[in-house]
Write a protein that binds this ligand. Structure first.
Ligand SMILES: Nc1ncnc2c1ncn2[C@@H]1O[C@H](COP(=O)(O)OP(=O)(O)OP(=O)(O)O)[C@@H](O)[C@H]1O
Ligand SMILES: [Mg+2]
Length: 267
């Protein structure tokens, strides 16, 4: 049985294909103007990797993410909170707290031992503590997101950053640059500042270990280190790309639905 999950987010489209409990392929593309087209392109990429030539080969597909209702080939859609929890739990069943940081949202999800959501909170509409924030900082610093990830741990003397609003933080960084602060230190300060915001969200939900990061910002090693230090817990590394955790959760939900249906048919 082949099932699929498609997560159309604000920054990227992700698709995952599963066959009988095994991940056949995952694919990530930047989001375009139209969620339906992003979904199609992400799924086409995953199908090519999995060697699947027709959407008719799928038993069931679940859409998720902000564009979930626009996934043209999905039979159902589900919130990304549910899907990230499910995906992270499958990747590591010991996980009880998931921090999903995507392009425009930061969500902290608390889950039980079956991967069901107990509680969650989301950032307000502001870009602070999201991928957009990191992208704006990278632009001001003329560096890449990979630099924000890898250079952070070399920052030995990070200055205090007081602003978490993207506009004020940009001018704060400009001032730090003109004061000739070291790039590594500024990057470390940015990750420490975001980790402060994320940590207070984690504390509001209530921290239960293990904690894992999902979403594209989980690739930021500097943020993972800053969060580890701030929360005094190890941020668990997931065994597969955490950016596709939502799409994976959607594919798992699709699979569980089909298994339940076939059990009912047999009974
Ligand atoms: N290699 C990388 N290192 C650091 N950050 C990265 C990297 N690759 C992507 N990102 C960040 O991940 C973000 C996208 O994450 P993701 O794909 O989870 O977003 P999304 O699901 O589309 O967004 P949302 O859930 O908020 O709608 C980008 O905005 C970028 O900041
Ligand atoms: Mg997302």
């Amino acid at each position: 049985m082949i099932t699929g999950g498609c997560d159309v987010g604000s920054a990227t489209g992700k698709a995952v294909i599963m066959e009988n409990g095994i991940v056949l392929a995952g694919h990530v593309i930047p989001s375009g103007q139209k969620p339906g087209e992003t979904a199609q392109e992400a799924m086409n990429g995953a199908m090519e990797k999995a060697g699947i030539s027709s959407i008719d080969e799928f038993s069931y597909i679940v859409g998720t993410g902000y564009g979930r209702s626009k996934v043209p080939f999905a039979q159902e859609n589900m919130s990304e909170i549910t899907c990230h929890a499910r995906g992270a739990h499958w990747l590591n069943p010991a996980v009880r707290t998931v921090v999903d940081i995507g392009g425009q949202d930061c969500k902290v999800i608390s889950l039980n031992d079956t991967g069901k959501v107990i509680e969650f909170i989301m950032n307000d509409k502001c870009a602070a503590g999201t991928g957009r924030f990191f992208e704006a900082m990278a632009r001001v610093l003329h560096c890449s997101l990979e630099d924000i990830s890898s250079l952070s741990n070399q920052g030995k003397n990070p200055p205090e950053m007081s602003n978490q609003c993207v506009v004020f933080a940009e001018s704060e960084v400009v001032t730090l640059i003109s004061d000739e602060a070291e790039l590594n230190d500024i990057i470390a300060a940015i990750n420490i500042s975001v980790s402060g915001r994320v940590s207070s969200m984690v504390r509001r939900v209530g921290l239960i270990e293990e904690l894992a990061l999902t979403g594209g910002c989980s690739k930021n090693k500097g943020l993972a280190k800053a969060l580890t230090e701030r929360l005094e817990v190890t941020v668990k590394k997931l065994p597969q790309d955490p950016q596709i955790a939502g799409a994976l959760g959607a594919a798992l939900i699709a699979e569980a639905k089909m298994l339940k249906q076939s059990e009912r048919e047999i009974a």
